[in-house]
Each structure stands twice: as structure tokens, then as C-alpha cells.
Design a protein. Structure first.
Length: 211
């Protein structure tokens, strides 16, 4: 049975065959009155999100990349004879991390070099939770025994080749963290991380949900 709802003799809604219709307003006005946007009329398998911010509590699917950043170091003279790791701050990258994620940091391109036969060059990546890198607030993400993430060794001859290396940070942490490349000589001879006659060195970092 059809019917209607009135307030002070004004019809607010009518009913017919089980369907209730609000009076004197269209669908767009109804959505506005109810605090609903256009998403309320979109199909569940075809939703267009045109604004807003994804909150920190959102869980991304496994393998989903949450953020990615890059740094490019132009050809410049960076050299050391030091056997302890020396910084390459031009490849610094900082992330505001989410808990329960992994981070991958990689470097490539450019060119490391030493003219000394049987000399080695090690590179590594360290993570810092502050503005400086020191023993109290840094973590070496490379291998133990001061080996780092990569080693280049010229047997009986000089070496010159592009950088290629990376680390995975599986620590369950959140907040702002910086990642920096370091390099060192093994035997105390001169080793070059970069020079003006080589290509750019690229660093890439990305955070993703592992599972």
C-alpha cells in the first residue's frame, strides 16, 4: 500500500511497492544531505579516487611498493686511501618508514677505479636515525667483518668498472631514516669512488610491503 511521510503538512517521503523516495530533492542533493560523495554510486570493482590522503594505518598488499626515491651523483673526484669506510653524502636518501616493511637501496653506474694492482675497494650502505652517522645512531647494512655490500679486486692489474650493489633493510621500524653509501680502500692505496671522466652514479631506494 502506498503512503507518505509528512512534517507540518510537507511531504518528506513517499512509498510505493516497497520503494521509498525522498521528496523535492534529486540524488545529488540526497548524497550531500547524507554526507556521501560520488563514490557512493560507483561500482565496487570500478572506483575512481580523485583526492584525499591514505592514512598510516592502511595495509598494502604483499609486494606493493609504498614509496621510491632516487639520487644522482654527477661525475666528481671522490678518492680515499683510508681503510675505514668513508661517506659519499651525494647519494644520501631519506625515507619516512612504515612499520613492518622492507627497504631496498641500490647503487649503479659511475665508475670505481684504482691504478694499484692487487688493491681492493669495498662499498657499503649505512642507515642512520639522526642527522649524523656515528657508532651510536648508525647501522651498517653490509656484510660483517667490514666487507660491506660489494668488493672490487684487481688481480695483478688496475680496475675500472661501474658500481653495482645493493642491500635489503628488513628491520621493523617506523619514522624518518637516512641511508648513505660508504667506500674504503683495503690495503691503504688510493681508490676512486668517482671521477670527472665517468658517468653519473645512481642510487635508488624503495620501501615495500614484503607479506
Amino acid at each position: 500500500m502506498a503512503g507518505e511521510i509528512q512534517l507540518n503538512s510537507v511531504t518528506l517521503a513517499t512509498e510505493s511497492s516497497g520503494t521509498i523516495t525522498l521528496s523535492n530533492v534529486d540524488s545529488a542533493t540526497n548524497r550531500t544531505n547524507l554526507g556521501l560523495g560520488s563514490m557512493a554510486t560507483q561500482a565496487a570493482d570500478s572506483v575512481a579516487i580523485t583526492g584525499g590522503t591514505i592514512g598510516s594505518g592502511v595495509v598494502f598488499p604483499a609486494g606493493h611498493i609504498i614509496q621510491i626515491k632516487t639520487a644522482v651523483l654527477a661525475p666528481t673526484f671522490i678518492v680515499t686511501t683510508n681503510t675505514s669506510f668513508q661517506p659519499v653524502s651525494g647519494l644520501d636518501l631519506t625515507l619516512t618508514r612504515t612499520a613492518n616493511t622492507y627497504v631496498v637501496y641500490m647503487i649503479m653506474g659511475g665508475g670505481l677505479y684504482t691504478s694499484v694492482a692487487d688493491e681492493s675497494l669495498h662499498t657499503t650502505v649505512k642507515r642512520s636515525d639522526g642527522s649524523s652517522y656515528s657508532g651510536t645512531n648508525e647501522l651498517d647494512l653490509g656484510a660483517s667483518n667490514n666487507y660491506g655490500m660489494s668488493r672490487s679486486y684487481g688481480i695483478n692489474s688496475p680496475i675500472l668498472h661501474p658500481h653495482s650493489g645493493g642491500v635489503v633493510d628488513t628491520s621493523n621500524i617506523s619514522g624518518s631514516y637516512s641511508y648513505r653509501t660508504f667506500f674504503r680502500s683495503v690495503g691503504g692505496e688510493s681508490v676512486q669512488f668517482s671521477f670527472s671522466d665517468r658517468a653519473n652514479t645512481l642510487a635508488i631506494i624503495f620501501e615495500f610491503n614484503p607479506s
